[in-house]
Design a protein around this ligand. Structure first.
Ligand code: PEP
Length: 250
């Protein structure tokens, strides 16, 4: 874990409604404490409540993100979709791209690359998710899968300061299983090397995501070279989310 800002990005997936706003009150109070100054908290709720989250967190130092955007930017006849441009106008600061649950819907690395470029051209932070499947892991293909995802998804990207890479092994998401410290160190080191080679003055950040919870955080926080966590299930209950933040920054 680095000594700088530590990211705690909450991916609420397809959970939550207006009543969920109540549950972030405690997190807002926590963030007000000096001790948690370096905690960079970003909520990514479903788009139906993004606007309310933006209003609710306005003077709080907590940021709001979206879980995805369309691969075409601007506005147009694309029923059911939302562009990075529209999210920017709404007041969103972060957008996730390439989450494995969106890859299941058909998002390819090439399509994700379009989303990444749109997100960055709107001056938003992109949280790019990468990670191998269980089959890849068993076939010892973790690093080659990651290399391919990074090189295609970041094609034509020139600046790194708004890039956050979330390493999320697919087999870990929602399963309660996490990589061993040795496995994680090796993969994070590889991602860092890739990014340092790609970007001259590399300012990108790396997060770990996959079954982060109040128990395993004591192990995960010792991972070298990471700047925080992307948290799904455990971020939807404020007590669990707060516990993770407190145990990381103690
Ligand atoms: C995620 O959805 O990005 C995630 C990491 O989920 P979970 O923490 O529930 O494994």
């Amino acid at each position: 874990m680095t000594n700088n800002n530590i990211y705690f990005i909450a991916n609420w997936k397809m959970y939550g409604d207006l009543s969920s706003l109540n549950s972030i009150k405690k997190v807002i109070s926590l963030k007000k404490q000096k001790k948690f100054k370096k905690a960079k908290i970003v909520y990514c709720p479903p788009n139906i409540i993004v606007n309310e989250f933006i209003k609710y967190t306005k003077y709080t130092n907590i940021s709001v993100g979206s879980q995805d955007c369309y691969f075409i930017d601007g506005t147009g006849p694309y029923t059911g979709n939302i562009s990075a441009y529209q999210l920017k106008k709404l007041g969103v600061n972060y957008v996730i791209a390439g989450h494995s649950e969106k890859r299941l819907d058909g998002d390819t690395d090439k399509l994700i690359n379009k989303k990444v470029l749109n997100i960055l051209s709107n001056n938003l932070h992109v949280i790019l998710c990468i990670g191998e499947s269980l089959k890849d892991k068993k076939n010892k293909k973790t690093l080659s899968v990651i290399r391919k995802q990074l090189s295609t998804c970041l094609k034509e990207v020139k600046k790194s300061h708004k890039i956050i890479i979330a390493y999320e092994p697919i087999w870990s998401i929602g399963s309660g299983i996490i990589p061993s410290p040795k496995e994680l160190d090796k993969t994070i080191k590889y991602i860092k090397q890739f990014l340092s080679k790609k970007f001259k003055n590399n300012k990108s950040k790396i997060l770990y995501g996959g079954s982060v919870n109040q128990k395993n955080i004591n192990i995960l926080k010792n991972t070298k070279g990471i700047n925080g966590f992307l948290i799904g299930g455990a971020s939807q209950t404020s007590n669990k989310f707060i516990d993770i933040i407190k145990k990381t920054i103690n």
